[in-house]
Unconditional design. Structure first.
Ligand SMILES: Nc1nc2c(ncn2[C@@H]2O[C@H](COP(=O)(O)OP(=O)(O)OP(=O)(O)O)[C@@H](O)[C@H]2O)c(=O)[nH]1
Ligand SMILES: [Mg+2]
Length: 365
């Protein structure tokens, strides 16, 4: 399982700049709105210092971090849903993502006019939300019409579906986001197949000038005030500065520049961590002389499901999992020592995997 995040926002807010400071591929940024005509897709590594601690105890040929896939779509504008700008056709590119990163312009730059005439991140949030809501409304309406026909001939399930979709429609029509609508599990099933955009968890990234990287600025305050009832995740990142920093090949130089700016780590690291907690994800490890590797799963997944994240054969033929807790491993120093001290547990298919578990899957296919 690889987590996928979509970057959204008004044109020229710094989406591609943010993408470039985290991705292994570099995309073109420019001052002209709508220059890009395709989405950028990149893969980033999930920063996890535990991997390198494990390597101290278990020398290995390679260390493989978990990855997140990032989709950077060209800017949206007001009216994108009716074909304004170029953004609308790219909304489809984020249908399948697990979460959204909404980039807000929170910096002044007279050389870079905002396409709506002024810098106003709160207006931008409303405009983008509206575009997504309109798109969702289209999907809901289509399904509603279909279900309505079936419900008319007396189908109970379709009737229930019509009720639920009616609620969802009303929410969207009053400029609400479906994620804020409290739906029961048996109600959610009617919208699951629609992959609605306003259901996806969202994180707001306030893109600020270098000087505001640590404490934010007045624009950020406005965003916080506007979002305070939504209990939304808000991060402050100086994307252009971080892009420059990420261009240094050498990690020491990078850290020195970050420290100069008053930061302990790249904003991207904070962002990935935030995305993990927002999506209830955790990492488990496989550790051996060939590779030490981190894998991503949902909290609450069982050992066979975790095995399935490695390979479907491992899930199908799952026999048992040998589990060592990360802390035991680094305290005792080896698998052998853990075994001797009774810290290697043999677990069956109901075992719920914990964050940092070191797993060895026994299987037979
Ligand atoms: N002054 C300043 N400029 C920035 C900052 N972040 C990005 N820019 C500039 O803003 C311009 C647009 O940045 P992009 O990253 O291409 O913006 P985008 O949101 O991807 O734009 P579209 O793809 O056209 O929607 C570029 O010239 C960037 O260098 C920032 O923090 N401060
Ligand atoms: Mg872009």
């Amino acid at each position: 399982m690889s987590l996928q995040c979509g970057i959204i926002g008004i044109a020229n807010t710094g989406k591609t700049t943010l993408f470039n400071c985290m991705s292994n591929v570099k995309a073109e940024t420019s001052n002209f709105a709508f220059t890009s005509n395709k989405s950028n897709i990149g893969v980033i590594h999930v920063p996890d210092p535990r991997l390198y601690v494990l390597e101290k105890f278990q020398p290995t040929e390679k260390v493989v971090p978990a990855t997140v896939e990032i989709v950077d779509i060209p800017g949206l504008t007001k009216g994108a849903n009716q074909g304004e700008g170029v953004g609308n056709k790219f909304l489809a590119d984020i249908r399948n993502t697990d979460a959204l990163i909404h980039v807000l312009r929170c910096f002044d730059d007279i050389n870079l006019p905002h396409i709506d005439g002024s810098v106003d991140p709160v207006r931008d949030i409303e405009n983008i939300d509206f575009e997504l809501q309109v798109k969702d409304l289209e999907s809901v309406d289509k399904k509603l019409q279909r279900l309505d026909k079936i419900a008319r001939v007396g189908d109970k399930d379709a009737k229930h579906g019509v009720e639920v979709l009616g609620k969802v429609k009303a929410c969207l029509e009053s400029f609400g986001n479906v994620r804020d609508l409290k739906l029961e599990t048996n109600e959610k099933k009617y919208i699951d197949d629609l992959f609605l955009l306003t259901v996806k968890p969202v994180m707001f990234v306030c893109n600020v000038d270098d000087a505001s990287a640590v404490n934010g600025n007045a624009y950020v305050d406005k965003v916080k005030e506007h979002l305070k009832e939504r209990n939304a995740e808000i991060l402050v990142i100086a994307a252009r500065m971080e892009e420059e920093i990420s261009d240094f090949d050498n990690e020491e130089d990078q850290m020195a520049f970050l420290a100069d700016a008053g930061l302990q780590e790249p904003g991207v690291n904070r962002m990935v961590r935030q995305a993990y907690s927002m999506l209830n994800l955790l990492s488990f490890f496989t550790v051996g002389p060939k590779e030490i590797r981190a894998w991503t799963i949902h909290k609450g997944m069982t050992a066979p499901q975790a095995a399935g994240a490695i390979h479907s054969d491992l899930e199908r033929g799952f026999i048992r999992a040998e589990v060592i807790k990360y802390n035991d491993f680094i305290t005792l120093g080896s698998e052998h020592a853990c075994k001797e001290k009774g810290k290697l547990m043999v677990e069956g298919k109901n075992y719920v995997v914990g964050d940092g578990d070191i797993l060895h899957i026994r299987f037979n296919v």
